[in-house]
Structures are given as C-alpha cells and as structure tokens.
Design a protein around this ligand. Sequence first.
Ligand code: EPU
Length: 422
Amino acid sequence: MQGFLIRGGRALSGSVRVGGAKNAALPLLAATVLSGGVFRFRRVPDIRDVRVMTGILRSLGGETTYHPAGPGGNSELVVDTRHLEGTEIPEALMREMRSSIVLLGPLLARFGRATASYPGGCVIGPRPIDLHLRGLRALGAEIEESGGYIWARAGRLRGADIHLDVPSVGATEQLMMAATLAEGRTVVRNAAKEPEVVDLQRLLRAMGARVHGAGTDTVVIDGVDRLYPADHEVMPDRIEAGTLLLAGAVTGGEVEVQGVEPDHLAPVLAKLREAGADVQVGPDRVRLRQVVRPVATNVRTQPYPGFPTDLQNPFLALMCTAEGTSVIAETIWGNRFKVAEELRRMGADIQTEDRIAIVRGVAQLTGAEVQATDDLRGGAALVLAGLGARGETRVLGAGCVDRGYERLEERLQGLGADICRF
Ligand code: EPU
C-alpha cells in the first residue's frame, strides 16, 4: 500500500495552478457516448476516477488516448466513440466508481438499452439512484432491477416534466444527457445548480444539443435527432483549489491558486475569511495568507452555492487547531466524518454524532500513522493535518487520494511542503 510521509510544521508558500475538475470530467466523458465521433478534451485531470471512466468507454468499444501536458501546455484526452457499441457497464468498474451510473442515460438515449450493476452503499453513506431511475422512467425507459443489476430499455425517449426530490448533481446530469436525444421537451425542476452541471451544458450545446437553464434550478432540454462530437476544456477544479488554499491556512502560510474561477469558491472563501485568513481575489486566482491562529468557524454543507460537502473534511482538519469550538454539520452525505477517528490519533478533539461534528481546537496536532479510508476527501484532510502537525505523519492509502487529486504531493512540494510518497 502506498502512502504519504509528511514532516509537518512548514508554512507553505508560493503559487500553484489547479487542474480540471474531476466532478466535471466524469459526466463530460459519459456524454461522448451520445454521438459516434472524435472528441478532444483539454485539462482532463490524470486521476484514478478518470482512468476508470476511460476504462469503461474502452470496454464499450471506444478508444481513448491521453497526451500529457507539454511545457506550458495543457494535457489532452482524445475520445473516439465511432466504434462504441457496447451497452453493459462492467461490474468491476462500476464497483470502483459509483458515479459511472451517469452512463445509463446516454447509453439508453443512443442505443435504446443499457445494463449496469447497482451501485449500493459506500463509505460516505448510501448512494441511492432512485432519482436517476425515476427520471429515466419518466422519459419512457423500462427499467428492471433484480439481483443487484439494472436493465434499461427504451425506444426513442420522450420529453417529460421531472421534479427532483433533492437537487442531485448526478441525477440532473443523467437526465440532461438522456433528454438531449428524446422527442420533445424535458424540464428538470429542482435541478442541481453546481458549476459542473453548467460545464456539461456547455459541452452538450457544442455537440448540437438544445439545452438551457443549467446553473439555475430549472433545466430545459429540447430533444434533437442527432448530436456531433466536439472539443472541450474542462472547468477548473474548485475542490482541488479549496484543498490547496486550506493547506496554506493549516500551515499558517501564504498560497496562491491560479487558473481558478473565484466565483465557484465564494462559499469557501467566506468561511476561510471568517476563520481569520486574509483572502485576495483576482480574475482567475485567489491568494490566501494565514498569519493568525485560525478562529473556530461553524460550517454547514449544502448544495451549491452553499459550502461544498467535498471540502467539509479538509475544513474539519483546519478547525482541529482553531481557537475555540466549531460545529460542522454535514447535510449531504450520511457518513462523512470517518476521518475524525484518524484525526483523533493526531491529538484532535472531535466529537461526532450522526451528521454533526464538534471540534474543540487544540494548540497543535502531533504526527501519527493514519489511514485514508476510501473517501478521498478524508484522505486529503489527513494530508493537510499532517502538514500542520508537529513531527512525522504517515498517511496510508495514497491510492484513495489519487482517485481525485492529481499528484497531490507534487503540488504541495511545489509550495515547500516536506512530503513524499512511499
Ligand atoms: N440522492 C438521492 N437519490 C438519488 C441521487 C442522490 O437521494 O437518486 C441524494 C444522495 O443520497 C445525497 C444527495 O442526494 O444525499 C446528493 O447526491 P448527488 O446525487 O448530488 O451526488 P452525486 O452526483 O452522486 C456528486 C459528486 C460528489 C459530491 C456530490 C454532492 C461527482 C462524480 N460526484 O455526487 O463528489 O459529493 O455530487 O456535491 O460529481 C467527491 O468528489 O468526493 C464526491 C463524493
């Protein structure tokens, strides 16, 4: 098992450019199924989850070629779906990445059938897909669920008016993609407003889809007969940006993240300021300076534009050494405080009950051997805690962090951190 060895206590300093967003790249890649042709994506992060998604596309008959970034240039991922004909998502890959379920809608829309295994629960809580399936059924799909499998069939899908019980990011993306080739108009109400949904709309439009409203709570899709391949630059990763800013804050450092969309980070920057950081925003960059001990700050995760659940664990790591007591409320996932147990090994004083964590700030954390479970954000939080701690921290389970962060240790080394992979 790989891990990170961190010698903590160094204030980070310098600037770092963020990569493309994991949670945008995955549905964007799923959308390539909607049209047979050659797509070129720039700024696709080279992370494990993207490799799983390209693995699935290849298993369905697609071809994918990754060209790493040259000096000063962006990486490019070429996806060729001209010969993609398979409609069965392999169970092993489905297990490895539960969000592969978003392929169901595009496969159904293009080929009239799709099979997947049921995603089941995972470490951050149950991962229901009822809204995905209900929405696809409303579009006319016949879906059978048995023995842990989902079989979906349809003639041409037909537009429908769909109201989501909760603004699910995945269900919104799923239905947007499925509806692009349906007959007539689909309206998705109580849609997720996440920027990643807007990025998907951008690609779908470039492919010839008639879709608008992404970024608001109502997305409208008028089905077309055919879509075409397109080129696309993936939006910057707001969660990676937030994680790197938090690394600056945890170490009492000064860090600039470049190539970001600061508006996407607004809820996070507000909390960082409340915690005592000096935050300056430019057109495509954010600079953070943390000169005082962080101040206890309460956080409640919410759908966008609220505080993102994916930065809850990293923020928890910052609160471990804040002055005072903070309350962190997780409202999206049922089980996203597993990291608290590991942080306690480092001397953190955290009490959790159900979806609430109460953190009494201690003066300093102490290095320890800790384990990243399979929540990559928890893994990142442990790395941050290690950077701020006294002494040596070994974070076991680097592979889990690699699911969503591209060579996190190299990014941090560039900012002066003493971290290496073992
Ligand atoms: N939900 C349902 N039924 C459904 C779908 C979702 O009840 O059919 C519930 C979930 O149980 C959850 C809430 O709705 O309580 C939100 O889930 P959502 O569908 O929005 O999440 P997702 O699309 O599965 C994406 C990200 C997650 C991120 C969430 C929330 C991707 C690939 N994943 O998941 O990212 O936490 O949105 O913002 O986009 C991560 O990057 O670490 C990560 C887990």
